[in-house]
Design a protein around this ligand. Sequence first.
Ligand SMILES: [Zn+2]
Length: 386
Amino acid sequence: MNRTQARLADGREIFFYDDEPTRRTVEDPREITRPDGGSELRYDPFLDEWVAVAAARQHRTHLPSTDQCPLCPSTAERATEIPQQDYDVVVFENRFPSFSGGEALDPGLAPRALDAVGRGEAELTSIRHAGSGRCEVVCFTPDHTASLAQLPVRRLRTVVDAWADRTAALLETGQVDQVYCFENRGEEIGVTLHHPHGQIYGYPFPTPRTRRMLDSARAYRSRTGGDLFADTLAAETRDVQSAGGGRIVARTEHWTVFVPAWARWPVEVHIYPHRPVRTLPELTEAERDDFAALYSDVLRRGDRLFATPLPYISGWQQAPLSAAEDFRLHLQLFSIRRADNKLKYLAGSESGMGVFINDIPPEQMARRLREAGSAATAATPKEDAG
Ligand SMILES: [Zn+2]
């Protein structure tokens, strides 16, 4: 891994990850300071969840014109967030973080606060904690108009290293319990910057979704003696024999891509490693190589499903530090697009009650994604992805 570490003018950390060894001298010429007002965590006693309130984010950059993009390399005329004239992959602390600073949240904080409420010593609606954790931005390429799907596999491989390296570093800070590396792609998804980039959130607590998965894994283990993740992968693999061909989209030596039987989004794929690893840093070189090529393939299949490139959210589900239960690292990619001119919005049932209604049977989407792959090998040369 070729990494250069430096600091921006306001003290934020920046890390360059290069495809090849590159000597970099980093000097940020700007006079900038960090915006005032961090985030605050507020406790929702009904759902037993924390909500981050981050008022400073209201002022963050929103869909700037290309010549004002803060993620493009700096030029002689204009200093951006990246004080280099070129880069491969770069990670830096978000200027408008949803989570920043402080220690990881003590899991006993909310229960103790509720005890205090019971004794009349605290107010139920005032269980709060100064925002903690970390938010980082990951730029995949200096090319403003590219997309992850169009980048060479070599670059995706560097991105995998950057994700793994930052995950390991954040888990060692004492401020972070769980790391989420993700990408929002497309204005339909709410992207506020077009430049190809993703984000890394270091949450100071295990996230609600993961907590439920861990609870389920523990209950499944006690009921069946099995590992819920391994058994799901095995069941999806066996199902290939079924009439429709099952829900597996692709399989490589180290990874399997499938549409879960219970997919809730019109397009949803999960990518599981065959080995039971919990976080990205545990992946071997061979597993990373294999993933980079496979992910490139999956993204290009997604872009072939509809008339326009697929808007999607793609993110790594990683085990929290605090978790002892069975967990398997996996990538979850999903899209709100359900037809060329139709989006699936989270409406009443989904937003209000958390009950999803999926209009596309997962078996049908798996078949379309398989076909998008075979059509590609026949018709599309490797470089002509976009
Ligand atoms: Zn840009």
